[in-house]
Design a protein around this ligand. Structure first.
Ligand SMILES: [Mn+2]
Length: 355
């Protein structure tokens, strides 16, 4: 179980009801499709589940964690309410950023004796600081991603489809130890590469095509994320120029990154390079985001970000230039922020690769 002192300090409630699968996974480290987690002060918690998970969930049982099974004929929420009442709870935090309106309505109905307080932001903030264990999982996920990239370079050639590349890349990640994907693999070749989040199609790779690959693995529930654009045969001069501008922008961001900087500042380092080369209107997304159990977590690096990049947080650095009708380039690395260092966890080459 994760320590919840910081969360209670931020959210100022008597208890927190965790319903979402990912937050249950975050706090307990236990993967389940059904369960309710009641967090109480002093790091106490109750994990409520049904018979499918009850036996497995016994591994969580400790001095601080009680595992409870929903009694026959009693609803899960009745069990929750009983536990809250037994502990003298009056205010209950809920995941306002995870619940559907109908889930919230139902919870509100069944918990009419309690004051409900939104704590989604506090949970996201606490989740943004990674433990050593979480850092190791993300490092391993990134290592799998890098290894798979070096494998896919041997596979890409004219006549192969975007879909073929996606399938092979996903196979390589699985073979290197991924338990799943961090998100749906993006493969975009030729003119498709001007669409930053293109889905892989049956289009065949042709000589001169840029091929953008944005992909990530999942390891112990944690994500990685990287992007490379490679060329199949000698590219058009303009695409080559764009590649070098994106690379320069990305290096400018990474080389100037430091613990305590604003997400907005990191974004501006990259954006300025692109702007001074005349491509400002073609950099259409933000510079970066953190990740963890979710592929997009706080902090973020964008023109509007108010986040400060702090130790034990992650941030991607992924500028891009996309010109409709011509193509696009994106280069993305994953950075780990520490008190006195920034580590680029993405080890794959990013000098222009012409296959
Ligand atoms: Mn990304």
């Amino acid at each position: 179980m994760k320590n919840t002192d910081k969360l209670f300090e931020l959210s100022k409630v008597d208890a927190i009801l965790v319903v979402s699968e990912k937050n249950r996974m975050y706090f307990t480290g236990f993967a389940s499709t059904f369960g309710y987690l009641v967090l109480l002060h002093d790091n106490k918690s109750v994990f409520i589940t049904d018979p499918r998970y009850y036996e497995m969930a016994q591994s969580l049982q400790s001095e601080n964690v009680t595992v409870a099974q929903i009694p026959n004929g009693i609803s899960a929420m009745e069990t929750v309410v009983e536990i809250l009442a037994q502990n003298g709870v009056k205010t209950v935090g809920f995941e306002d950023n995870e619940l559907t309106v109908s889930e919230f309505t139902s919870i509100k109905e069944k918990m009419n004796g309690f004051k409900l307080v939104p704590v989604g932001k506090s949970i996201s903030y606490v989740r943004s600081f990674k433990s050593e264990e979480e850092i190791d999982y993300i490092k391993k996920a990134q290592a799998i991603t890098d290894e798979s990239f070096s494998e896919i370079l041997k596979f890409i050639r004219p006549g192969i489809s975007e879909r073929d590349i996606a399938v092979e890349l996903e196979y390589q990640m699985a073979k290197h130890g991924a338990e799943g994907l961090a998100f749906e693999t993006i493969i975009a070749s030729g003119v498709n590469s001007s669409k930053p989040h293109a889905h892989p199609t049956d289009k065949l790779v042709e000589l001169g095509d840029p091929v953008t690959m944005d992909f990530g693995a999942r390891y112990h529930g944690y994500c990685s994320d990287m992007t490379r654009t490679v060329f199949v045969g000698e590219p058009d001069e303009e695409l080559k120029k764009i590649y070098n501008v994106v690379l320069l922008a990305q290096k400018m961001g990474i080389n100037n990154a430091y613990c305590g900087m604003g997400g907005k500042e990191l974004d501006s380092y990259c954006r300025e390079v692109i702007k001074s080369n005349g491509y400002e209107q073609y950099f259409v997304h933000s510079t970066g985001h953190s990740l963890g159990i979710d592929i997009h977590e706080t902090p973020s690096a964008s023109m509007r970000s108010t986040d400060v990049l702090q130790a034990k947080q992650f941030i991607t650095c992924e500028p891009g230039i996309y010109i409709p009708g011509l193509g696009g380039v994106r280069i993305e690395d994953l950075l780990l922020i520490e008190e006195d260092s920034i580590t680029d966890l993405t080890t794959s080459d990013k000098n222009i690769i012409i296959l």
